[in-house]
Design a protein around this ligand. Structure first.
Ligand SMILES: [Zn+2]
Length: 434
């Protein structure tokens, strides 16, 4: 499984979060179903956007992109995206990229002009098959700045160095890889000419994924490059595209601080991966309240006091309800990873736990608990004990002010008890001498 990763020139936002959590759930689910999944995600660490940003910050582009790559890994860790086996950085695959381009040039598909090496799309008649456009549509009516190109739609494989720009040596002179070539160099290296699943955002279908197919299938002659393609819908903010200049940019870390990772993952899972998601205050509040419900139900089940066993009939009826919801969850996921439907099935189990509450006998409670754990491990829920940092800080502030009041009233025994409990929870409390 290969998924197009980010171009690391800035911090990642909740739109990235939507996409990578979706593929994380897909990988977790496939593994749950017994597939052996090797999940590679590429990191574009050399690109126009990175070079431009590095000019602004007076940095080496690779130093800048390494910093944001690290911040991206950290975001994925905090989002509990833990199914990725390998992060593959484009700059680590320059020899493989050059080999691939050499092969394409050798076959007469790639050709060199002043601007670099280009792909001649007229040599690959199936160009356009993924986005269902025909070659004719793609070769005419294009305004194009480079008259040296054989066809207006030809895309760049190797960009010739511009003065002062970062560059690597190649048979075609100094330069750097085009954007599309890194993915196929990485997948040819790790998977060979054909693999199972390729993912990325909907906006990448054309030309990016179309170009990948042309590169790999044009070079190897083996079809298909990927047996399945999965494309994620975009995230918008109150109906608008997210953009720094619009002031509506939400970094992943801000969202986690605000509502916690559980609420974010619930929000993402409540939309089908192919569908767009509009991020509003209302949808966020709903997701946060669902996440709290899940946590409460789960905690309650764990604390289930062990009432004496119910009748067999009552126990069987409960088991049937849980089994039905469990089957529905898997049926939904088998239907093109329909997470909103799967989430509804999960909520049915949570509902049973809430309804029966503490009156459940131990064996029924552990049956529900097992079901919740199993399905949570696919959705990536209930994997942390901590509450959102902001709520935690609010509580610490509240306890602190209560302690100050108690100390002002010289009620030291109680204020010391609160301090000891806070310290047990990992909060260091220091009182200044009076
Ligand atoms: Zn890509």
């Amino acid at each position: 499984m290969f998924v197009c990763g980010p171009t690391v020139y800035d911090v990642s936002h909740i739109g990235h979060g939507k996409s990578y959590v979706a593929y994380d759930i897909i990988a977790r689910y496939l593994r749950k179903r017994g597939y052996s999944v090797f999940f590679v995600l590429n990191i574009t660490d050399i690109d126009d956007k990175i070079i431009n940003r590095a000019k602004e910050t007076h940095e080496d582009p690779l130093v800048l992109s390494e910093r944001y790559a690290q911040s991206f890994y950290n975001d994925m860790k905090d989002l509990h995206v833990n199914s990725i086996n390998l992060y593959a950085k484009a700059s680590d695959y320059i020899p493989e990229i050059i080999d691939e381009i050499r092969g394409l040039v050798g076959k007469g598909i790639g050709y060199k002009i002043a601007g670099g090496v280009y792909y001649d799309i007229s040599k690959f008649p199936e160009y356009g098959k993924l986005s269902r456009q025909n070659l004719e549509q793609l070769t005419v009516h294009r305004v194009d700045p480079d008259p040296e190109k054989r066809n207006p739609g030809d895309f760049v494989l190797w960009k010739a160095q511009k003065p002062g720009e970062i560059a690597w040596d190649s048979p075609w002179g100094k330069g750097r890889p085009g954007w599309h070539i890194e993915d196929t160099a990485i997948t040819l290296t790790h998977f060979g000419p054909t693999y199972d699943l390729h993912g990325g955002g909907t906006e990448l279908i054309f030309p990016h994924h179309e170009a990948e197919i042309a590169q790999a299938e044009g070079l190897t002659g083996k079809k298909p490059l990927a047996k399945y393609w999965a494309h994620t819908g975009l995230l918008s903010i109150k109906g608008q595209e997210m953009h720094k200049s619009l002031g509506n940019f939400v970094p992943i870390q801000d969202a986690i601080q605000r509502v916690g990772v559980e609420a974010l993952r619930v929000l993402y899972a409540s939309t089908h991966y192919r569908s767009p998601l509009d991020y509003t205050e209302e949808t966020l509040v709903q997701a946060a309240s669902l996440a709290r419900r899940f946590r409460r139900a789960y905690d309650q089940l764990q604390q289930s006091a062990g009432v004496k066993s119910e009748s067999n009939a009552a126990n069987d009826a409960l088991k049937r309800q849980v089994d039905e919801a469990h089957t529905e969850f898997f049926a939904a996921m088998d239907d093109d990873f329909n997470t909103p439907r799967a989430l509804s099935a999960y909520i049915r189990i949570v509902g049973i736990a809430e309804e029966r509450g503490k009156s459940l006998p131990t064996e029924s409670a552990s049956m529900l608990l097992e079901a919740m754990k199993e399905l949570s491990s696919i959705l990536g829920l209930l994997e942390t004990d901590s509450m959102p940092r902001r709520e935690f800080l609010d509580l610490v502030t509240l306890l602190n002010s209560l302690r100050n009041e108690l100390r002002a009233k010289r009620e030291y025994a109680l204020s010391d008890r609160i301090r000891d409990q806070m310290q047990k929870a990992g909060v260091r409390v220091e009182d200044e001498a009076k």
